[in-house]
Design a protein around this ligand. Structure first.
Ligand code: UDP
Length: 513
């Protein structure tokens, strides 16, 4: 930032789900590390309902407004009614709970109070989740530049854009028949059954229109501008797709990832992520592990990934067949979570295999992946997890469940070359609708990642190479670091321009008097 210039003040508005708020906090920390003041506006429960059980609070975040103890971030909060949003007390919501009209109405109710905060603080820029279109509308109305945070990769934006436009999935006869996504530099096959519901079901047209308008310029009519989108990716990971996104030219794409491995994000987690500190069991187990480096498989299926009891049993059997050391994070809120008999059965299978640890609840994923003992990652392909696994140099067993995870899987398997699929076939956030992946298929995918053969070794080598590229991207002079520097410079330029224009207008006024 230029000497003597007033520091930038940037507002961040995360969507209240861990997979959205964690990357937003990391981006806020990146801005802070470049000299900006980052204020994160959190949506806090105003009705003592589900805030403590929804996973929005999994991202750390201060309890007090305006604190400064979370990697230099400041926090403000706005009241949000989880009850009105349709999220019941004690419930860990399914991802689809965030797409109901009740949830959207409760979210929109935060719009006015957010506008008041903007008027009171007048930040130099607003970075908001793509799913919160009012942020861009209000920023535009106040002539404040804004950015949207995309919580996915360039590849999935391109692939979903093409599917949305060309509808190649309508040309096949059954939901399980593969179609080729046209117009891509790689041969990418998907089936209709693997597509996110927003590509196959009629969507709320008005909300989509607002989201698109938010990306383009805010639609608020006040002269604010969209500076484009921030992505948690880096060019060397998916060069063809980052270039396609940039050539499409409608929005600037700032590729500043992987954001979890930046020094700013590490500091944020150390200072603010109490959930990680509380779940030390996983790291203690890894520290005590005496096997060769890179020989442990870490299994974690995101903040909301759940399996049926039958599927968990197949997974446990698959681990026993594959016979690799592992740490398996079982999400809270899984079916029969409090079924002690079932837990005992899973633990019995695990004990028989004698090789692993089952963690129930939340584990410090980034730290676990970075542990020298861990070499493989079984993931649901949520984009944060993909980016974290890539940064850690982990080869991946891919097991997509919902959202755009089946598309991300194709990136890992067909483009980057670090993923081996378990063969998941059906998109759904309801575990019971997905069909069973057999233990043998789980074991086969694990051995294609952790095994001794040339194929598995090739995947692990590729994973190490791409992690090295990631490290270079975020280091001084790397592509991600440069994108971040240019972005900050651009916001600063707009701020200076606005200031100059205001001064000129004041002078003109004075001359008139
Ligand atoms: N996560 C974690 N510990 C857990 C489960 C999840 O730290 O036990 C973090 C993970 O590191 C990632 C985020 O939660 O940053 C999950 O985001 P992702 O996009 O992978 O999946 P989602 O939860 O949105 O489906």
């Amino acid at each position: 930032m230029a000497a003597n210039a007033a520091p930038l003040h940037v507002f961040f508005l995360p969507f209240p789900a861990a997979g959205h708020s964690i990357p937003m906090l990391n981006v806020a920390a990146l801005f802070t590390s470049r000299g900006a003041t980052s204020t994160v506006v959190l949506l806090r429960a105003n009705d003592d309902s589900a805030d403590s059980t929804s996973n929005s609070n999994r991202c750390g975040g201060g309890d007090n407004d305006d604190n400064d103890d979370n990697g230099g971030l400041r926090f403000l909060s706005l009241p949000f009614s989880y009850a009105a949003a349709g999220i019941a007390e004690g419930e860990v919501p399914l991802p689809s709970a965030y797409a109901t009209p009740e949830f959207e109405a409760a979210l929109d109710a935060v719009g006015e109070p957010f506008l008041e905060l903007l008027k009171a603080h007048r930040p130099d820029c607003v970075v908001a989740d793509l799913q919160i279109p009012f942020a861009a509308e209000h920023a535009a109305a106040l002539a404040i530049p804004h950015l949207t945070l995309q919580v996915t990769c360039a590849f999935s934006l391109i692939v979903m854009g093409i599917i949305n436009h060309a509808k190649p999935h309508l040309g096949v006869a059954s939901p399980s028949e593969p179609f080729v996504v046209p117009g891509l530099p790689h041969r990418i096959e998907l089936t209709p059954a693997q597509l996110p519901s927003h590509l196959t079901a009629p969507v709320a047209a008005e909300r989509n229109r607002r989201i698109l308008a938010a990306q383009r310029g805010g639609g608020g009519g006040g002269g604010g501008c969209s500076l484009g989108m921030i992505l948690n990716t880096f060019r060397a990971l998916e060069p063809a797709y980052v270039d396609m996104l940039r050539r499409a030219g409608r929005f600037s794409a700032w590729c500043v990832g992987p954001i979890s491995s930046s020094a700013a994000a590490r500091r944020r987690r150390r200072n603010g992520d109490r959930s990680a500190a509380a779940d030390g069991e996983c790291l203690r187990w890894l520290d005590r592990y005496e096997g060769p480096p890179g020989s442990v498989l870490f299994l974690c299926f995101g903040s909301q990934g759940r399996f049926t009891r039958a599927q968990r049993r197949e997974l446990a059997r698959g681990l026993a067949i594959a016979s690799v050391p592992f740490v398996w994070v079982v999400n809270k809120g899984e079916e029969d979570d409090d079924d002690e008999e079932e837990e005992e059965e899973e633990e019995r299978i695990v004990r028989v295999s004698g090789l692993g640890l089952v963690v129930r609840g939340w584990a410090p994923q980034v730290e676990a992946l970075a542990h020298p003992a861990v070499g493989g990652f079984a993931t649901h392909c949520g984009w944060n997890s993909c980016a974290e696994g890539i940064a850690a140099g982990a080869a991946m067993v891919t097991w997509p469940l919902y959202a755009e995870q089946f598309v991300n899987e194709r990136l890992l398997v067909d483009v980057v070359g670090t993923g081996a699929p378990v063969g998941a076939r059906v998109w759904s956030d309801r575990a019971e609708e997905r069909g069973l992946v057999a233990a043998e298929a789980v074991a086969a995918a694990i051995s294609r990642v952790m095994g001794d053969g040339a194929e598995a070794e090739g995947r692990r080598r590729r994973a190490r190479e791409i992690a090295e590229e990631a490290r270079r991207a975020v280091a001084e002079g790397g592509t991600a670091s440069d994108d971040m520097a240019w972005l900050v410079a651009e916001i600063l330029r707009i701020k200076e321009e606005k200031k100059k224009k205001m001064e000129e207008e004041e002078e003109e006024e004075e001359e008139k008097m």
